[in-house]
Design a binder for this molecule. Structure first.
Ligand SMILES: [Zn+2]
Length: 243
């Protein structure tokens, strides 16, 4: 019994020592692991790129946000600043006419437009001599600009309209035909006939909007800006700055 006990005891001691040795080894390994994990000389790996955080391409049904959120730049249909010129004297830019020098270099001396009688309802074309009519408008501005105080005078607000060639005996007047599509308005014809006042406020604001003029205010204000703006387009170095 005693021997067995002693033997068992000896064996227990051996086992205890072995276990203790294993624990030491384990502790040593743990220390090594900890010391290697927290050693300051080991560089901290950079965070993975964002695409690694998402699912693999196989499950990636939606495109990456960067691509999905990329702004799409395009002109709204029919809203670009350039349009097909509606007349030989119009520029491709909206509400803009060619300069006088350019027109004369292109042998354009006559400007045509359509008018319609309120009474007989017949419509026909009127021709204006470009140079002669521009001198009339320009001369009026030079003479009266100071008195205008940035507002269209009565002559422009209530234009004198031509007499209808079909019913002139009755003294009927014709009005310029102003098309519904604002980009096709015959601005130069209206200027030369000093009939821009036949435009409504929306049409005048359209002109000012596309020629970078202040476009709020009453009709006399935007009408004044339209007259001077068109004259400046025709003669950029002329005395037609609105202010
Ligand atoms: Zn008529």
């Amino acid at each position: 019994m005693n021997n067995e006990h002693e033997m068992a005891t000896d064996q227990e001691i051996i086992n205890r020592k072995r276990k203790s040795s294993e624990e030491d080894d384990h502790n040593h390994d743990l220390q090594l692991t900890l010391s290697s994990s927290f050693t300051p000389t080991t560089p901290i790996p950079p965070p993975p790129p964002p695409h690694f955080l998402r699912s693999t391409p196989m499950f990636n049904a939606t495109p990456p946000p960067a691509r999905r959120n990329r702004p799409i730049l395009y002109w709204r249909p029919g809203k670009s600043e350039t349009v097909p010129p509606p007349f030989p004297w119009a520029s491709p830019r909206r509400a803009t006419v060619q300069s006088l020098a350019h027109l004369e270099s292109q042998q354009i001396f006559t400007i045509t437009g359509e008018v319609q009688c309120n009474k007989c309802e017949k419509s026909y074309e009127i021709q204006y001599d470009l140079r002669e009519k521009f001198n009339e408008v320009g001369g009026f501005i030079v003479k009266n600009k100071a008195a205008m105080r940035d507002r269209a005078p009565n002559e422009w607000l209530n234009p004198v309209l031509p007499i209808c060639k079909f019913c002139q005996k009755q003294g009927s007047n014709v009005k310029p035909v102003i098309v519904e599509k604002k980009r096709e308005i015959n601005w130069l014809f209206l200027l030369l006939g000093q009939m821009i006042g036949c435009c409504n406020l929306t049409q005048l604001k359209y002109f000012c909007k596309h020629t970078n003029n202040h476009r709020s205010g009453a009709k006399d204000r935007v009408l004044y800006l339209t007259y001077l703006g068109l004259c400046k387009q025709l003669q950029p170095n002329g005395p037609f700055d609105p202010y």
